[in-house]
Design a protein. Structure first.
Length: 287
């Protein structure tokens, strides 16, 4: 004869109910953790391999974030430098017009003195632009007396990514250019001397070329830094998306599972309660 054995010693139904309830509670704990943290893999206990990969990706993102912070600081320095050089270049346009007037031998007396004073005033503006070309205590061009910030002839090494990559930014002292433009009143009083400054190989024309070269150099470096920042940002976005696909919880799915497991938990609890009453029912068979 076969069938279910009724026993007060071994309550098989209760054992099955307990096992089922434990499994449901374990699953419910996992789902509740996913809902509360937003991650399907929030620790190595959830999925060791996936968590190890996730931590590695997070490390890469952290490195790129730090690199972009440094690049942002460098961009500030380059932007300040470019602004200074642009001011110098604009002022030199005005100075050239003044020199052209001074190269005219018909300009004499008080008129010439006024042009000389105008040139010297413009030179003072150039001096101020160079002196104030500092960012966060550093300057790439300010190596004349009274300059703010630290000027170094050693190239600045800038971190470009989270893997140890870098590039160098060399300084371009404006001292040589500034002093070359510092013509004396005696020189400016001579129309012939002034005319020689304006020739293709003359002193003034050479400094215009030098300033242009510096503007081109730092403009290109600024573009390089901007492009690197954009690349790092795009890479971080890609890494973040990949990380999300690997460890983020599907909240809609987890919500549905949570409701289902809560119902299963209630049913399993009821089933266990009924199974626990079986031995007492058997006792009633023996009045």
């Amino acid at each position: 004869m076969s069938g279910v054995i009724s026993s007060v010693v071994t309550n098989s139904a209760a054992m099955v109910a307990v096992s089922s309830l434990n499994l449901i509670n374990s699953q419910l704990s996992t789902v509740q953790n996913a809902v509360s943290t937003g991650y399907s893999v929030s620790s190595a206990m959830d999925n060791g391999a996936a968590y190890a990969v996730a931590q590695s990706v997070r490390t890469d993102i952290s490195g790129l974030t730090a690199a972009n912070q440094q690049l942002g600081d460098t961009q500030g320095l380059l932007s300040t430098t470019s602004t200074s050089l642009n001011n110098v270049s604009n002022m030199m346009q005005t100075m050239k017009a003044t020199l052209v007037n001074l190269s005219n031998q018909a300009v004499t007396g008080s008129q010439r003195q006024q042009y000389i004073q105008q040139y010297q005033s413009n030179l003072q503006n150039i001096q101020a632009s160079i002196q104030d070309a500092n960012y966060n205590g550093r300057t790439l061009v300010g190596n004349i007396a009274g300059s703010n910030g630290t000027f170094s002839t050693t190239a600045i090494s800038v971190v470009s990514n989270g893997s140890g990559g870098s590039f160098s930014i060399a300084s371009t002292g404006m001292s040589t250019i500034y002093h070359a433009l510092s013509f004396t009143s005696t020189q400016l009083s001579s129309a012939t001397s002034v005319a020689s400054f304006l020739t293709a190989t003359g002193t003034f024309s050479s400094q215009v070329s030098n300033v242009g070269t510096a503007m081109n150099t730092y403009g290109n470096l600024s573009n390089l830094v901007n492009n690197q920042i954009t690349f790092n940002q795009n890479k971080m976005t890609a890494l973040t998306n990949g990380l999300g696909a690997l460890v983020d919880a599907n909240m809609a799915q987890e919500s549905a599972k949570l409701q289902s497991l809560q119902i299963q938990q209630q049913l399993a609890t009821s089933s266990l309660s009924i199974a626990d009453q079986s031995p007492s029912l058997l006792v009633k068979l023996f009045p």
